[in-house]
Design a protein around this ligand. Structure first.
Ligand SMILES: NC(=O)c1ccc[n+]([C@@H]2O[C@H](COP(=O)([O-])OP(=O)(O)OC[C@H]3O[C@@H](n4cnc5c(N)ncnc54)[C@H](OP(=O)(O)O)[C@@H]3O)[C@@H](O)[C@H]2O)c1
Length: 332
């Protein structure tokens, strides 16, 4: 049986381009004991991939050259030599950018019921994005009723979930995004109280002062750079800050910004980096919470889905340029 996959051919220099990847076909190996074969239906495209394909220091080893691109995926088991994973069951896990994924159970996060929600949602609002939003907000920001919560990339997959979960906890939500189209969706669909199009304001820090005169209590940052700097000038006392992503900063060379020591001191603020993988032991528990909100209509999402495995590299370039609207996925 022939597989179709995208492999990594080169490491990026400064920016990620489509030619770092190659589409190939190859025979699938024999299934060994404890393995099973998954027919992959959707694969995820994530900003974190910029780090995974680079050999700069990161939280995981770089994807080896000439190997299948690492990614989350969702699909159906079509053949199995593992008694815990049966044919026709659906799984979510590290399936890679490929049509058929031959894996053992160490690669799988959860089994899902394919009828509770559309399959694709298990990679976005009910997948890594939702789990990231939940863990960062609840475990690090610890939101209280009436807190002011600010999130960058508010229209994105993680950001839109942060905004909605903060509303469920009774907070006032402020989002930053880059276009009026995204801003409208943030308000009408994700229920943000305030949205700023950061490209349309002359002075982001001053704009924030006007809409949050008492300051920000919870800051969930996905971008770094100048947006981060402006929000840091508007913290409330005892603010909690989650560093979730740095998509707005070049990975090389890393820019020097304002020194934040005195801001943290004066505001007695706490700042913490988030890595969703640290919370994977609680994946099923958090998934169940997100699913409940999803079924109740309290957690909605946008998706940006391209068609065909060959489109995955272009989709990655798309998201790294902020051109996506919602969870970036590829349908196989
Ligand atoms: N720490 C973790 O464990 C973890 C896990 C998952 C995701 N994340 C991080 O969460 C963030 C959002 O991920 P996502 O999957 O939900 O993606 P997303 O928000 O759906 O898409 C990325 C968004 O980033 C913004 N962006 C892109 N290029 C930018 C640039 N040069 N400058 C400023 N903003 C830029 C754009 O939003 P606007 O148009 O609104 O600016 C774009 O739509 C990323 O930083 C990602 O690395 C972290």
């Amino acid at each position: 049986m022939v597989n179709r996959k995208i492999i990594l051919k080169k490491r990026p220099f400064k920016t990620v381009t489509e030619d770092l990847f190659q589409y190939i076909t190859e025979e699938i190996d024999e299934i060994r004991d404890s393995q099973f074969l998954v027919d992959v239906e959707y694969v995820s495209v994530d900003p974190a991939m910029r780090g995974w394909i680079s050999d700069a220091g990161n939280y995981s080893k770089p994807v080896p050259i000439n190997s299948t691109m690492r990614s989350f995926g969702v699909g159906k088991i079509i053949s199995s030599k593992n008694k815990n994973f049966k044919v026709n069951e659906y799984v979510v896990g590290w399936l890679g950018w490929q049509k058929f994924s031959l894996v053992d159970e160490s690669k799988i996060q959860i089994k899902i019921n394919p009828t509770t929600a559309p399959l694709s949602k298990n990679l976005g609002v009910l997948g890594l994005s939702g789990i990231t939003a939940f863990t960062g907000l609840i475990n690090i920001c610890k939101p209280k009723k009436n807190d002011v919560v600010l999130v960058t990339t508010a229209a994105g997959s993680v950001g839109s979930a942060v905004g909605q979960i903060a509303k469920i906890y009774g907070c006032r939500t402020i989002g930053l995004t880059s276009t009026n189209e995204k801003a409208t969706i943030c308000k009408s669909k994700f229920g943000f109280d305030e949205i700023i199009n950061y490209r349309q304001v002359n002075n982001l820090s001053e704009s924030l002062k006007k809409i949050a005169p008492n300051g920000i209590d919870c800051f969930f940052d996905n971008v770094g750079g100048t947006q981060f700097d402006a929000v840091m000038e508007n913290l409330n006392v005892k603010a909690r800050i989650v560093i979730c992503g740095t998509i707005g900063m070049p990975s090389f060379p890393i820019p020097i910004g304002p020194r934040i020591n005195r801001t943290l001191l004066i505001k007695r603020a706490k700042i913490e980096g988030l890595l969703v993988l640290d919370y994977f032991s609680k994946y099923q528990e958090i998934y169940n919470k997100l699913l409940k909100w999803y079924v109740e209509g309290k957690l909605v999402s946008e998706e940006d889905i391209s068609d065909g495995l060959e489109t995955a590299p272009a989709s990655l370039v798309n998201i790294l340029n902020g051109l996506n609207l919602g969870k970036q996925l590829v349908k196989l």
